[in-house]
Design a protein around this ligand. Structure first.
Ligand code: NAP
Length: 326
């Protein structure tokens, strides 16, 4: 039985592993993306039992959503969970973050058109702006929920205070933020609050942009138009320390006849604070391989060994570990 999770207090149910779709049509984030490859990535995810697709307006300025809308025509919409996001306003000619209720309502309508669907399973406010009271922004999404256009309400990249404000009326179902074995900063403040309030957590960059897959052994260089060229994780000496931690996972992977990436993804699925893990992919074969993580059951000892292998990164934040399963 494939691991299923419920989003917040809603009746939205998804596989515990979804597809991060920023490389599906996300030509503004990565070089050399092809539409055909993007369509194949989405189809492969759905054919391998993944039900949740995580996209956003800003991935290709609508193009990721368009490709997903196209790919979904061959599948049963009712069995697919579409999560998308908005807040980027280009009306002034430059990108501004806008959480104004009217703007968010227009964004949802535009996403529905691009995705060729009449409802979104999850809609996230992608980033907080500085001016809109967060309960007002979420209130606009709640009205769209009452109209049947959204099933679950999310926010992304919000501070704990902003999350609390957004949840003032109890409408918030899910939060998406950066979290991985390498970046556990949100563990201390945000995650306990979410668990106490039955709000799901979806970590992004779960594979640290490929670094946690175990495929890197030497220095790597990305072109300037690839966001990884600016990421601290890919710069020495931190890069070398990360590879040492990743190498400690190889015996666990071998014991399961699995890859390091699959074991890392299984670790997230066992973490009691995490709802859906959404690895991205550039190739269909990566999606098919990542989907296999749904079939891996780590023992508690293996789970703890993976946690321990990244202890020095976890220790970058202060306080105790939140990685212990209940
Ligand atoms: P990620 O999941 O940490 O890494 C994905 C990358 O790792 C892939 O593009 C691929 O890149 C490599 N990879 C994946 N599976 C692999 C495998 N089996 N073997 C070898 N390499 C593999 O990073 P991400 O895709 O940037 O983030 C995940 C998702 O989170 C995104 O797609 C997006 O949906 C979401 N996100 C949300 C926010 C937000 O603000 N809410 C921000 C960032 C991301 P290469 O082949 O190039 O190595």
């Amino acid at each position: 039985m494939v691991k299923q999770v419920r989003i917040g207090k809603t009746d939205v149910q998804a596989t515990a592993l979804g597809l991060g779709a920023n490389a599906v049509g996300g030509y503004n984030l990565f070089p050399n993306l092809k539409d055909a490859a993007g369509l194949e990535i989405v189809r492969t995810a759905l054919e391998n039992g993944i039900t949740l697709l995580d996209t956003a307006f800003v991935y290709g300025l609508g193009h990721s959503e368009e490709l997903i809308g196209q790919a979904l025509k061959d599948f049963n919409r009712s069995q697919i969970i579409i999560a998308t996001k908005g807040a980027q306003d280009f009306s002034s000619g430059e990108q501004e973050i806008n959480n104004d209720p009217q703007f968010l309502t227009q964004q949802v309508e535009a996403s529905l058109k691009r995705l060729q669907t009449d409802y979104l399973d999850i809609y996230y406010i992608h980033f907080p702006d500085k001016k809109t009271p967060k309960a007002e922004a979420v209130g606009a999404l709640q009205r769209l929920r009452e109209q049947g256009k959204i099933r679950a309400i999310g926010v992304s990249n919000f501070s704990l205070e902003q999350v609390k404000e957004a949840n003032a009326d109890g409408y918030l179902d899910v939060v998406e933020d950066e979290f991985s074995l390498l970046h556990q900063d949100r563990a201390q403040d945000l995650l306990p609050y979410l668990k106490e309030n039955q709000i799901s957590f979806v970590p992004y960059f779960p594979l640290a942009s490929g670094l946690l897959t175990g495929k890197y052994e030497n220095d790597v260089h990305f072109p300037a138009d690839d966001i990884r060229s600016q990421m601290a994780d890919f710069q020495q000496p931190r890069y070398g320390q990360i590879l040492k931690s990743v190498n400690q996972l190889r015996p666990i992977a071998a014991a399961h006849q699995a890859t390091v990436a699959q074991c890392v993804l299984a670790w997230y699925m066992m973490n009691p604070y995490i709802s859906v893990v959404i690895p991205g992919a550039k190739k269909a074969a990566q999606v098919a391989a990542n989907a296999q993580a749904l079939n891996i059951d780590l023992s508690t000892t293996e789970y703890e060994a993976i946690t321990a292998a990244f202890a020095e990164f976890e220790a970058e934040k202060s306080g105790k570990s939140l990685a212990d399963p209940d």
